[in-house]
Design a protein. Structure first.
Length: 472
């Protein structure tokens, strides 16, 4: 059967609304009363919830003492107040919550918390805790809600104190300090070992300073090569001169003695010059006498003997010069040979020194690296030692507004909840009434009968109940 409200004219909506409300007034009153009473009972029986808030200010401090002592450049990687997010997370952390919960009574009971707090209790505590950073400031507000006003304020203040202790524990460098101590000892042992190895290597290889010793070898090589060139040149020159003298002796040529070290000696040069002068005088005198006398003239014969003697003496002098020059040549050849051997030895030492220098540089580089590591560890240990003396690392935490005992609960808001309960009760009652009316197909009037069945109504009979009411 078609519902009688499906084709209802919109102009009759208001009239129909009041008709339905009047007809279903008992249901509306019943539902309204039940819902309103339930809401009021819940509102007035709900235990009060108090709220306490504490505000702290956190200031970052740049450790200029470390920067000056260790020549470090601290760069601020924090933009604005974003760095406070980490502080908020520390306050909201489970260790802080558990520590405070063990200090105070369980919020929902009169007994203390057990030693082992389960996750549900921790979650409930954190649910009542609200931590927020006030916009564009370095102030953090810590708010806690509980059912006891005094305990709520105490918990809010305890959270701040516990946060300070836990933060100092997080940034405690005692473990870092012990670790650095152990690493410094290891680095010191390694450095001493490597320095001893370098000392032993320098002693065994007779190396003092690779750079200076290399320069010494190169300078010595250059000097030997220069000396060898000079000796070789001198030897070749003297050999040529001796060869010329020998050739003159073999062929009986006129004795023109080349300039040599031996022939240019002052005494020998003067002696040979005197012999040549005497020889020249005798030859001239003989030529003059030959013009006047025959060759058999006794005085000419004596002159011939004197000339022959002088020529023999000059020849002996020249042979002595040759012998001395040959002795000098042998000395030059021996010196040249010695120089070549020395040059070869130096070249061999340079090749071997290149290997020694490489091994020395490897050992020295290892020592330099270990010294750098050792220096860094010493700086880090000093930094850790300075941090141990501070409970608050890099920040200053100050309480600017401690939590006080709230005078009135924040929950429940009875006036607001009462108004909401009444409005919801009224709307729900109307909704139930209209829903019941929408699904009710009972015909109550002749108009409904005529509209739904299309039949003519001959008459209507009133039905009376036992209290005198009637239904049309």
């Amino acid at each position: 059967m078609q519902n009688r409200y499906d084709t209802l004219d919109k102009s009759n909506l208001l009239r129909t609304f009041f008709l339905i409300a009047f007809k279903r007034k008992k249901m509306i009153v019943s539902v309204f009363s039940a819902v309103a009473i339930t809401g009021l009972l819940v509102t007035f029986l709900m235990p009060p919830v108090f709220q306490a808030s504490s505000q702290i200010v956190i200031e970052r401090e740049i450790e200029t003492d470390k920067a000056l002592l260790f020549n470090l450049n601290f760069q601020n990687n924090y933009q604005g107040y974003d760095w406070l997010k980490s502080e908020v997370e520390i306050i909201n952390s489970t260790p802080v919550a558990r520590s405070v919960m063990r200090e105070f009574l369980q919020p929902d009971s009169s007994g203390p918390l057990p030693a082992n707090i389960n996750p549900a209790q921790t979650e409930a505590f954190l649910h009542n805790l609200k931590v927020r950073n006030l916009s564009n400031s370095n102030i953090i507000e810590i708010t806690y809600r509980g059912r006891d006003a005094v305990r709520t304020a105490a918990i809010a203040n305890s959270i701040v104190d516990t946060y300070k202790i836990y933060r100092a524990k997080i940034y405690n460098d005692s473990e870092t300090f012990a670790f650095l101590e152990a690493q410094i000892k290891i680095a010191d042992d390694n450095l001493r070992k490597m320095e001893q190895e370098l000392t032993d290597y320098k002693t065994s290889e007779e190396i003092l300073s690779p750079g200076s010793q290399g320069d010494i070898l190169l300078n010595k090589l250059s000097e030997y090569e220069s000396r060898l060139t000079s000796v070789t040149t001198k030897r070749i020159s003297n050999e040529a001169k001796v060869a010329v003298i020998k050739q003159q002796l073999r062929h009986g040529l006129k004795m023109n003695i080349p300039s040599t070290d031996v022939s240019e000696g002052p005494s020998r040069r003067d002696h040979i010059a005197k012999l040549k002068g005497d020889l020249l005088d005798k030859v001239i005198e003989r030529e003059k006498m030959l013009q006047r006398f025959n060759p058999t003239y006794p005085k000419i014969l004596n002159l011939n003997k004197d000339i022959a003697t002088l020529e023999a003496q000059i020849k002996i002098e020249i042979q002595q010069i040759v012998e001395q020059e040959e002795t000098g040549l042998r000395a030059l050849r021996a010196e040249e040979k010695a120089l070549r051997g020395s040059i070869s030895q130096i070249n061999h030492e340079i090749k071997g020194f290149a290997r020694k220098e490489f091994e020395f540089s490897q050992l020295n580089r290892g020592i330099d690296d270990n010294r750098k590591v050792y220096s860094v560890l010493l700086k880090q240990r000093a930094e850790a030692r300075m941090s141990l003396s501070k409970l608050q690392r890099d920040v200053k935490i100050k309480i600017i507004d401690p939590a006080v005992v709230p005078l009135a609960p924040v929950m429940p808001k009875r006036a607001l909840f009462t108004l909401i309960s009444l409005v919801l009760a009224f709307l729900l009652a109307l909704g139930v009434a209209f829903l019941r009316e929408y699904f009710d197909n009972t015909i109550y009037t002749t108009d409904e009968l005529r509209s739904n069945l299309g039949l003519k109504v001959l008459g209507a009979v009133k039905i009376y109940d036992n209290v005198g009411q009637y239904i049309k």
